[in-house]
Ligand binder design. Structure first.
Ligand code: GLU
Length: 385
């Protein structure tokens, strides 16, 4: 994009479904209090996109901070226990939704709350349920407002932050644009909070390489993100062909100019080598329960031949998993070469590992063991070593 704004207006014009990610800091004023005014900025921006015929989904943080406001707690996050934070989120979430509902009223738009945990996106069934709900809401012109279900999210099942959640939500809802609102107006060559004379990066074309070389990570005061986490989220979204804009969500002028087709912030273009939605889910959404170790022949067939994993190429099993659960597939050196869904449970694979198709048929051929195909290529995504 040499004449960025000319091409950016075309770029934004063709986007149909947009996820807007709103961090806690965007909703707080200088005294760390939420006010309707900040919500109006966001809903005004959302409405300007809706008026252009786009569908809009919000991923909003803020529940814990608003919970603090209500209960008058200003203890730094590091000193709060997980149940204390969960209780604050439970108090704040309803008020957060009230703010959105009030601010959207001006445009006669209704909102709906969707609370997700990592487990929900890890199960293909729940993932599809969430997708169907979002589709139905949008069909009815209702704005889905997504947050993490903090009440039941512990460290183990927690999205690391809402930046990551927004990337999964964008994939889950088949969005074609993710706008991450930050309190910094985009990605800079150096951290603007520390250095003077920093330069904003207008366009990033190769997010994978960019994020690898990116060092700065200043966390916001009450949110858990930082620019690095936004770039990591952008990398995940870009993998499925979703473009990303990181921009200043505090500034009404900035938001207005984006809606009008002028780039204000950093545009991250999705990778050309984007993977399909199912493979994206295998990589980032699905929980992996164990590892199938395969021999060199199977490794070559998977990595270079795009072939399924057969029992004959399996040499070992690590962990216990059920049929249709997610697994890593590793080579002899225990390097992960692929991720997939196993068509057998771990105990049955132990019985048939190393056996050919005819050996399996002659020895077993019962209801559970009748084929040599352990992970089908359509349920597998290969990882570059
Ligand atoms: N779910 C948390 C909240 O609503 C925010 C998590 C985050 O932004 O990292 O307060």
């Amino acid at each position: 994009m040499d004449n960025i704004n000319l091409e950016f207006s075309d770029f934004i014009a063709i986007k149909k479904r947009v996820v807007i990610k709103i961090g806690t800091q965007i909703l707080l004023n200088k005294k760390d209090k939420a006010s309707l005014a900040s919500f109006k900025k966001i809903t005004g921006f959302a409405y300007s996109l809706i008026k252009q015929g786009k569908e809009v989904i919000l991923v909003s943080s803020g529940a814990i901070a608003i919970g603090r406001n209500i209960l008058g707690i200003d203890t730094p996050s590091g000193f709060l226990t997980i149940p204390q934070k969960q209780a604050l989120a439970a108090c704040g979430q309803t008020i957060l939704m009230n703010y959105y509902a009030s601010a959207f009223k001006k445009y006669a738009l209704k909102t709906a709350q969707i609370l997700l945990t990592k487990e929900d996106t890890a199960s293909r069934k729940r993932f599809n349920n969430a997708r169907n709900t979002i589709d139905e809401l949008l069909r009815n012109k209702i704005i889905p407002v997504i947050n993490e279900n903090d009440t039941i999210s512990t460290d183990e099942i927690k999205f690391s932050d809402n930046d990551y959640l927004s990337a999964l939500a964008a994939n889950l809802s088949c969005a074609d644009l993710l706008i991450i609102l930050s309190n910094i107006g985009g990605v800079h060559d150096k951290n603007p909070a520390i250095y003077k004379n920093t330069k904003k990066v207008n366009v990033i074309r190769d997010i994978e390489t960019y994020v690898d070389g990116f060092k700065e990570n200043t966390k916001s005061r009450y949110g858990t993100g930082g620019m690095k986490s936004k770039l990591e989220a952008a990398k995940i979204a870009a993998k499925t062909g979703i473009d990303i804009i990181i921009t200043n969500g505090k500034n009404t002028g900035t938001l207005k100019s984006i809606a009008e087709g002028k780039l204000n912030g950093t545009l991250i273009l999705s990778s050309k080598s984007s993977i399909n939605k199912k493979k994206h889910w295998l990589l980032f959404g699905m929980e992996k329960k164990g590892t199938i170790v395969c021999d060199e022949g199977a490794e070559k067939a998977i990595v270079y031949g795009n072939r399924s994993l057969l029992a004959s190429g399996i040499i070992d099993i690590i962990g216990n998993f059920k049929k249709k659960e997610g697994v890593y597939i590793s080579n002899k050196k225990k390097q992960v070469i692929s991720i997939g869904i196993s068509d057998f449970n771990s105990e049955d694979i132990k019985k048939i590992k190393g056996l050919s198709s005819s050996e399996i048929k002659s020895t077993y051929n019962n209801d559970t063991i009748k084929s040599a195909l352990v992970v089908h290529k359509n349920n597998m995504v290969t990882i570059a070593l």
